[in-house]
Design a protein around this ligand. Sequence first.
Ligand SMILES: Cc1cc2nc3c(=O)[nH]c(=O)nc-3n(C[C@H](O)[C@H](O)[C@H](O)COP(=O)(O)O)c2cc1C
Length: 345
Amino acid sequence: MPHLFSPLHLRQLQLRNRIVMSPMCMYTAGDDGLATDWHFVHYGTRAVGGVGLILQEATAVESRGRISQQDMGLWDDAHIAPLARIVDFIHQQGAAMGVQLAHAGRKAWTRHKGRGPEPTVGPSPIPFADDFVPPRELSAGEIDDIVQAFVAAAQRALIIGYDVLEIHSAHGYLLHSFVSPLSNQRRDEYGGTLENRARLLWRVAEAVRAVWPQERPLFTRISASDWHEHGLTVRDWEPVVAGLRDRGVDVIDCSSGGLIPHAVIPFGPGYQVAFAAHLRQACDIPTMAVGLITRPETADTIIRSGQADLVALGRQLLRDPYWPLAAIRTLDAEQAWPKQYVRAR
Ligand SMILES: Cc1cc2nc3c(=O)[nH]c(=O)nc-3n(C[C@H](O)[C@H](O)[C@H](O)COP(=O)(O)O)c2cc1C
């Protein structure tokens, strides 16, 4: 029976355990999207701490797709070298590393009273909130360019040496905002029916899969619920996820929310785990559970009970980068400690 410290094979990648560092923006890159020593230490420490897979924070495929001016980027070849240094170090610690490819769409940083260099873009001119600038509706040609930006970022990610790519289609950012009827009121082939609204996400998955080697896994993060009566539900996601699976996506990372401000979300321990369990069953695809998972026993139960194949931790790994090393003892599991730290085991 798989448990938190069982290895997981995904295509040709073997993860040493089921613990994933959830992507978390550090808003600490240079103005040009370059990784800094902060990122080297921050990600490197979690690899030393025993995480199986580190997912790098939302990393913009276009400069206008940043959430903040200090987001990391993959839109330029200059981004490659400092990221390769981080990925090499992570590999030396026995962890795998992925990057979350992102476009913030209508939630991009220009929202701050429109002071950014470019207007935000989105499916329809509907702002995220009253104090946001309305996005400019993307033309079909511009949508093609965005697909290409995801492809170019994936090609740079391959040069850098990441093991996993994750497409960010959650939290109200561009791809999610196309899928949700609350933010997409287009009348062309990208709007209207669920199939049309999923078209951009599916295109991105297909195009990225075509340049990402067959032996490396591709993940997609979704917001399984918009937490709004007219928004997306986990049932709406079933055909979309099946379409992603058929296009070569290997894991669905099940988050929620972020599309509308002030959503009423039933926060509590493991409050999103049911989404991972549901889609794993309904769509026959490996899933990752995330959200307020803090105890080793809880994470282990999620894996043992077949609710998800991977467990992602966000804030708990900010509080304690060595959480996995401690969990080895709590769960009486086996995984080597870093040799430099063995005297503390
Ligand atoms: C500081 C911070 C930054 C985050 N940035 C991202 C991000 O870049 N991409 C993303 O998909 N989620 C992001 N999230 C959400 C986390 O990945 C995670 O899903 C969320 O924090 C819930 O998990 P937790 O309760 O274990 O923290 C961020 C969360 C935090 C706390």
